[in-house]
Design a binder for this molecule. Structure first.
Ligand code: DGT
Ligand code: CA
Ligand code: CA
Ligand code: ZN
Length: 579
């Protein structure tokens, strides 16, 4: 249980209590608790587990909430939540996930229409029934319909890191099977897609029966969905992520990897190409149409080669021009982890991070980085204890001294994740920003502006000469909040003109920019930073997900500023400052 999970369950319970019309004071205490926990620097689970620590010492957590938190820790729910889930239809939690529909409206819908399912709610909107209730109108009906479409898109999908970790654990569980040769990840996970429907694993070498039996004994399996001769599908964990495991012959491993990696669109285009060459491609191999001779299949490279193509990195397999590039040997040399020399976005205990500057520096040094930028929040995020002008200037000074002493074994750039206020003004005065090595400008509030107003806000922010990069530029939270609307073309043009980089935020909840935006901006000459937004040393490892996203966007090391050496990067910053 991470703090985020506690916070989510508290919010959810507060929402359910609001639908039920519970006491407002109690609801507020749940919500305040959720907000505190979300930004709290220590892990709530650790505090609960530590006999020498008191959870009631956390501000805003009284005796009542303390008991609730202990319950959530032990079984993922609490008494009031369970009661309300019993009382309301099972779809109540789905209703709460529909953007634009709050607990008060849901209560009214339950009362007046006795809606039980999302489908029924959809029908009500289509029949224009919502507008017959007080304070509901045509606009809300449209909003709810959009929200329902989104909910359906999101449901049954998982964040990349969640699927990645589940796959890794399953692979470890299978790795001791006698005779095993290879266990590989295929599907959307191998392509590095931002959300994952199910995990696809391929296994060679061992007796298929042994493999499929072993899958079912994985401790987190809670349902075996099906078992065939070479394939088994299971659901793991409370969340019910599906894992498909296929046991294969060595000789068809390459063809199976190719087939099950997808994407479907890429595969269809590839099969058409095979047919034009008098070949047929399936998950067992590449065969001649006339006499069924096997042409390739043991390795993926062999399959692509026999089709007259260079091997295509999985991240590019979306049928967006990669096959043509592979044919003419023009595929980009995509950025790799070893190209990355520093991480440029992270938080410390000065604001809402969980580790000190020294701890973050040590973790980054251990990863082999040459430099990091510390970018704590600015004062608009008062909940996170954001920095004001005085603290910004002091911090810049501290970092200069630290670098002069040089005993951290890694170069530190002084930075700030500066809030872009509603009107596009920077949250911190320019002369204080000028003291820093770099500034990431981010939107954290007023995300519901109309597109034109949001565009103006971002263009205004770009006028600040100290801005180095736009942080998580579209504000999306995967499976949770859509990007805020704005004219991406206009804003990225202006960023390019002013030499401001675009961030690829590697946090698995964001992966912002996405691959399509990256591609479009790269085509116009944009520069990028790939950074983790780490709030804990372990988050530095999320670089992996940002890089997958950068690769899906076709980026090479040359497109990314933090592939430069510390000196080169410092020079870039100075040049930008004096431009
Ligand atoms: P997901 O699981 O929704 O995140 O996305 P994928 O791409 O992992 O999709 P999945 O698990 O349904 O199938 C894995 C791969 O198998 C898919 O990327 C391509 C291949 N595949 C599945 N169904 C078909 C199909 O009907 N035609 C073709 N050509 N390939 C398919
Ligand atoms: Ca899949
Ligand atoms: Ca699958
Ligand atoms: Zn941020």
């Amino acid at each position: 249980m991470e703090n985020r999970d506690f916070s989510r369950i508290l919010h959810e319970t507060a929402d359910l209590m609001e639908i039920a019309g519970d006491d407002g004071f109690r609801i507020r205490s749940y919500r305040n608790g959720a907000a505190t926990i979300e930004g709290y620097p220590e892990r709530i689970a650790d505090i609960l587990a530590n006999p020498n620590a008191k959870i009631t010492d956390v501000p805003g957590i009284g005796k009542g909430l303390a008991a609730v938190l202990a319950e959530i820790e032990s079984r993922g729910s609490c008494e009031r939540r369970d009661e309300l889930l019993q009382k309301f239809p099972p779809a109540a939690l789905d209703f709460l996930k529909i953007q634009g529909l709050g607990p008060k409206s849901i209560a009214m819908l339950f009362e007046h229409f006795q809606v039980r399912t999302v489908d029924e709610l959809e029908q009500l909107c289509k029949d224009q029934k919502l507008r017959t209730l007080p304070r509901m109108g045509a606009k809300l009906e449209e909003k709810v319909l959009r929200g329902i479409a989104q909910l359906r898109e999101h449901s049954g999908r998982f964040l990349l890191n969640f699927a990645d970790n589940a796959a890794r654990e399953m692979i470890e569980h299978l790795s001791t099977i006698p005779g095993i040769e290879q266990i590989a990840t295929a599907g959307s996970l191998r392509r590095g897609k931002e959300t994952i429907g199910d995990v696809d694993l391929l296994v060679t070498g061992a007796d298929p029966n042994l493999v499929l039996d072993r899958v079912a004994t994985y401790p987190r399996v809670h349902e075996v969905l099906g078992r065939g001769v070479n394939k088994t599908s299971v659901k793991v964990g409370r969340e019910g992520l599906q894992i498909d495991v296929r046991a294969l012959e060595h000789e068809s491993f390459g063809a199976a990897m190719q087939y099950f990696t997808g994407s479907k669109e890429h595969n269809i285009a590839l099969r058409q190409r095979a047919l034009r060459l008098g070949l047929t491609l399936n998950e067992y191999g590449l065969f001649r149409l006339d006499d069924n001779t096997r042409v390739a299949g043991e390795t993926e490279e062999g399959v692509y080669k026999a089709l007259g193509l260079d091997w295509i990195p999985p991240e590019l397999r979306e049928n967006q021009g990669e096959i043509e590039l592979a044919e003419s040997h023009q595929l980009p040399h995509l950025v790799e982890q070893t190209d990355i020399r520093g991480d440029l976005h992270m938080h410390t205990t000065a604001t809402d991070g969980r580790a000190t500057l020294e701890e973050m520096a040590e973790a980054a040094r251990a990863l082999g980085y040459e430099y990091i930028a510390i970018t704590d929040h600015s004062k608009a995020l008062s909940m996170a204890f954001g920095l004001d002008e005085k603290r910004v200037t002091d911090f810049a000074h501290t970092v200069r001294t630290l670098n002069e002493r040089g005993d951290l074994g890694i170069r530190i750039f002084s930075g700030l994740e500066c809030d872009i206020l509603k009107d596009g003004e920077m949250d911190i005065a320019w002369d204080a920003l000028a003291e820093l090595d770099l500034v990431i400008g981010s939107v954290h509030s007023h995300m519901n502006l109309e597109s034109a107003e949001m565009t103006d806000r971002l263009l205004r922010a770009l006028e600040c000469p100290h801005l180095t990069a736009m942080g998580h530029p579209t504000g999306r939270l995967l499976l949770h909040r859509d990007p805020f609307p704005f004219d991406f073309d206009k804003v990225s043009d202006e960023a390019i003109k002013r030499g401001v980089a675009l961030e690829i935020n590697s946090s698995p909840e964001r992966l912002d920019l996405n691959a399509a935006h990256i591609r479009a901006a790269k085509a116009k000459g944009a520069k990028f930073i790939v950074s983790t937004d780490a709030h804990h040393p372990k988050h530095l490892l999320n670089m992996r997900y940002g890089l997958l996203t950068a690769r899906r966007g076709g980026l090479t090391a040359a497109d990314i500023l933090n592939t430069q050496s510390a000196d080169q990067f410092a020079k870039l910053l100075r040049k930008h400052a004096s431009a």
